[in-house]
Design a binder for this molecule. Structure first.
Ligand SMILES: [Zn+2]
Length: 291
């Protein structure tokens, strides 16, 4: 019995202290506090919850920020049924481009993914906007059902309607990355749809088209293009209203020549140097435009 009393007093002691505190508070409560209790819990800020990617390069926030988006990742392998998966190829190219930009200096660089993780299509432009990126480039590779004779790269900018049936097919394939067993898991927001038709987006569209043209121009001799090299389609990742964005299909994953180019160290370097040069010229023009 004494043991129960002992245990009881141990359990009740904090309760008694709390009761005394409540009584004291009611008797001598501070001004404006009344009888209520405010429980404050420190929550991490929203950005810390989702975790924005790291920015590489100069610490100077006035330097332009390039967002590189390696297509697909994680449970979404992208194109390619053989040994070479699009998700691995796009990541290797994205890292090569990042390294080249950092080597040349002058710009800051961030990646939507740095490893084999799944990032939804909606998240990719959202990350670019939250980091206030100045330019967004999504890197992909395609495959055809045909004999593997299709070869070369294509640069896409956004349109609400594809510029050709081929462009529509590209967009349908890439946009399907957010579908599992045919069920769309991430809804495209009405705001995005509204923005798409907004004329205020025209400036961003013009800048995107300029950048796309520069990629083709600077890639001569480094990367072959499938004609027409410039196309437009309704890619989800290109729908930032205020970040000039392009999607680069770097080649065909089932074409022997394209795969050799995109996986060899010299081919990756040629790709990175060409796109980095296009980025450099783009920002040089943009800074002239601001003066
Ligand atoms: Zn892709």
């Amino acid at each position: 019995m004494r043991r129960f009393l002992l245990i009881g007093s141990i359990i009740l002691a904090p309760v008694a202290v709390l009761a005394a505190m409540v009584a004291a508070d009611r008797a001598f409560g501070g001004p404006g506090r009344g009888y209520g209790y405010v429980v404050t819990v420190d929550l991490p800020p929203p950005s810390a919850l989702t975790g924005l990617p790291k920015i590489d390069g100069p610490m100077d926030a006035s330097r332009p920020l390039v967002m590189i988006d390696a297509g697909h990742g994680g449970k979404d392998p992208g194109a390619g049924t053989g040994e070479i998966k699009e998700k691995a190829l796009t990541l290797a190219l994205a890292l090569a481009l990042r390294d080249e930009l950092l080597r040349q200096g002058g710009v800051r660089v961030a990646l939507t993914r740095r490893d084999d993780t799944y990032v939804t299509l909606d998240e990719r432009p959202a990350i670019a906007r939250r980091l206030r990126a100045d330019l967004f480039i999504s890197i992909h590779a395609d495959s055809t059902d045909g004999d593997g004779s299709a070869i070369g790269a294509t640069v896409f900018t956004l349109s609400d309607k594809g510029s050709s049936q081929v462009a529509d097919r590209f967009a349908a394939r890439e946009n399907a990355a957010d579908q599992i067993n045919g069920v769309k898991i991430i809804g495209q927001s009405d705001a995005v749809n509204a923005i798409l038709v907004d004329l205020s987006q025209r400036e961003t569209q013009d800048a995107s088209a300029q950048f796309a043209g520069l990629i083709v121009r600077e890639s001569r001799g480094a990367m072959p293009f499938k004609l027409p090299a410039l196309q437009s389609a309704a890619f989800v990742v290109l729908k930032s209203p205020d970040v000039p964005s392009v999607l680069l299909e770097t080649g065909y994953i089932n074409n022997i020549s394209d795969v050799a180019r995109l996986t060899s160290p010299s081919g990756k370097q040629a790709f990175a140097a060409a796109v980095a040069q296009a980025i450099k010229v783009y920002f040089a023009r943009a800074s002239v435009g601001r003066k």
